[in-house]
Ligand binder design. Structure first.
Ligand code: ADP
Ligand code: ADP
Length: 239
């Protein structure tokens, strides 16, 4: 069963823009997929649908074979926690420490039982610290997010997503704001961690070479339509 699958997903914005036309794609557990396409091709919209943040106008999205769109309240928060999101703009709390930012990932989706608050906090803290350390930021744990470099800031955002202990990472142009050398390092980190954890990952990227380098499969969108979907290994330099 795919970790996530879109079946004939179409998405129309309220202003009438059809961002996706019957896109079908399946991502197996542990697979690393890069979604390629120009600005406006529909990558962000597809990712928001795969994350369960948007409901398709038609078609459906299944996580582990289950349509989660009807979930509400606690079940919905729990479902969202299983998806770790990383955005282009990092979206950190600038004046909070690195550790606090990572803890946000840990706590955001968890309704705490009052009697367990203390226990949960120390456990959550351990998990958040570990996520930060995995990204090589142990020296920065107590620093404010706004004191870090761009690459470090994006790593904090990745740590925040990992702290959720998700089973899938979705990264929307995670390195578009970074210079190419830093970008490569950050994408390598995402993919390395995903492989170590056995996490499924979908990355929207516009750098085709980088995508080929890290992904198991490349999916291409053009004007809201799926235009290719191939294992990276089957793509030669001349393609
Ligand atoms: P990206 O290419 O990274 O998706 P965009 O610049 O296309 O970024 O979009 C940035 C933000 O603007 C997003 O929140 C997107 O939903 C919104 N947006 C993009 N195009 C339109 C549009 N035609 N009308 C309204 N909002 C838009
Ligand atoms: P990409 O991520 O590949 O840049 P998007 O998914 O952001 O593409 O956008 C796909 C299409 O949907 C584009 O034509 C964009 O202008 C449009 N769009 C994105 N967000 C909005 C929005 N909030 N309202 C209307 N149109 C939007």
């Amino acid at each position: 069963i795919p970790r996530v699958q879109a079946d004939a997903v179409s998405y129309r914005y309220p202003d009438g823009t059809t961002a996706l036309h019957e896109v079908s794609v399946r991502v197996a557990p542990g697979e690393i997929v890069a979604v390629l396409g120009r600005s406006g091709a529909g990558k962000s919209t597809l990712m928001r649908c795969l994350a369960g943040l948007e409901a398709p106008t038609s078609g459906r999205v299944l996580h582990d074979g289950v349509d989660r769109s009807g979930l509400r309240g606690r079940a919905r928060r729990r479902a969202h926690a299983r998806v770790g999101l990383v955005f282009q703009e990092f979206q950190l709390v600038e004046r909070a420490t690195v550790l606090s930012n990572a803890l946000i990932g840990r706590l955001a989706c968890q309704p705490l039982l009052p009697s367990l608050v203390h226990f949960v906090r120390s456990r959550d803290r351990e998990i958040a610290v570990e996520a930060v350390c995995r990204l090589g930021l142990e020296e920065q744990l107590r620093k404010r997010a706004d004191a870090l470099s761009g690459g470090q800031r994006q790593r904090v955002a990745i740590a925040r997503a990992l702290a959720q202990q998700p089973d899938m990472l979705l990264a929307d142009e995670p390195v578009a704001n970074l210079d190419p050398v830093l970008a490569r390092g950050v994408v390598d980190d995402i993919v390395r961690l995903a492989r170590v954890e056995g996490l499924t990952a979908v990355l929207n990227l516009h750098d085709v070479e980088l995508a080929r380098h890290v992904a198991d499969r490349l999916v291409g969108l053009r004007a809201g339509r799926l235009v290719f979907d191939r294992p990276t290994a089957s793509i030669s330099d001349t393609d």
